[in-house]
Design a binder for this molecule. Structure first.
Ligand SMILES: Cc1cc2nc3c(=O)[nH]c(=O)nc-3n(C[C@H](O)[C@H](O)[C@H](O)COP(=O)(O)O)c2cc1C
Length: 209
């Protein structure tokens, strides 16, 4: 519990990464495996990730991201992708696993499918689907940043980028959405973190009723 609170308190957006240190592929996989336990609507997991780790690819991504140096200086920069078609792609696997686990009966399958299409629309290009995908992919992204901190790593979320340019450069389907990029690596020793900036007091945004 204490470790979890520490990780949340110590996570900061790190502008300067140590370019001499890189993260092992296995560590990145472990972080992504843990993040993959993130909850999602009907367990549909509407997220994909492209781990941009080669110097050439990071250079290309930096160009698409307002030339932000951290994109290139991070050990890897993750392109977080929200997939509005995850309903069609994953619902059978989710429902079948629930049937296998005894959570639902075979006859409930169609009921769930109808409900899912009603909740999230049967049109994967609709706004409802975009919200569904981005909402869940953003939870996934937050998990990555907290888990990375547990591993002694730092991150930087970014939305300063041209989505269309990234899709073109990295061959991402046009109907998919990129909610953010996450730089991941080790903080540069030369970078002095300032104290955490202003956070609104609870009374301003929480209502107990
Ligand atoms: C979705 C998202 C997008 C962000 N985009 C950028 C960005 O493009 N460039 C940048 O320097 N910081 C970006 N930030 C970092 C925020 O400025 C930072 O999280 C905020 O100032 C709070 O600081 P902290 O993360 O250290 O607590 C982004 C943060 C989030 C959550």
């Amino acid at each position: 519990m204490k470790n979890c609170i520490n990780a949340i308190n110590e996570r900061r957006s790190i502008k300067f990464f140590d370019t001499n240190r890189s993260i092992q592929r296995e560590t990145l996989k472990e972080i992504l495996t843990l993040a993959n336990t993130t909850p999602s609507s009907i367990n549909l997991q509407p997220w994909d990730v492209i781990v941009v780790e080669t110097p050439e690819n990071k250079k290309v991504l930096r160009k698409c991201a307002q030339n932000q140096a951290k994109v290139e200086e991070a050990s890897a920069t993750l392109i977080i992708i929200a997939n509005p078609r995850a309903l069609e792609e994953n619902i059978d696997r989710t429902l079948d696993s629930w049937i296998k686990l005894g959570n639902i009966t075979e006859s409930a399958k169609d009921i769930y499918k109808t409900m899912a299409n009603k909740l999230y629309s049967d049109d994967y290009t609709s706004q409802k689907r975009a919200l569904f995908a981005v909402k869940n992919a953003s939870f996934f992204a937050m998990s990555i940043m907290i888990i990375a901190k547990f591993f002694g790593l730092d991150t930087h979320p970014m939305d300063g980028f041209d989505e269309e340019e990234i899709k073109k450069a990295f061959n991402i389907d046009s109907y998919k959405i990129i909610p953010l990029l996450i730089g991941i690596g080790y903080k540069s020793e030369n970078f002095q973190l300032s104290e955490r900036a202003f956070r609104r007091p609870l009374e301003e945004f929480v209502k107990f009723i």
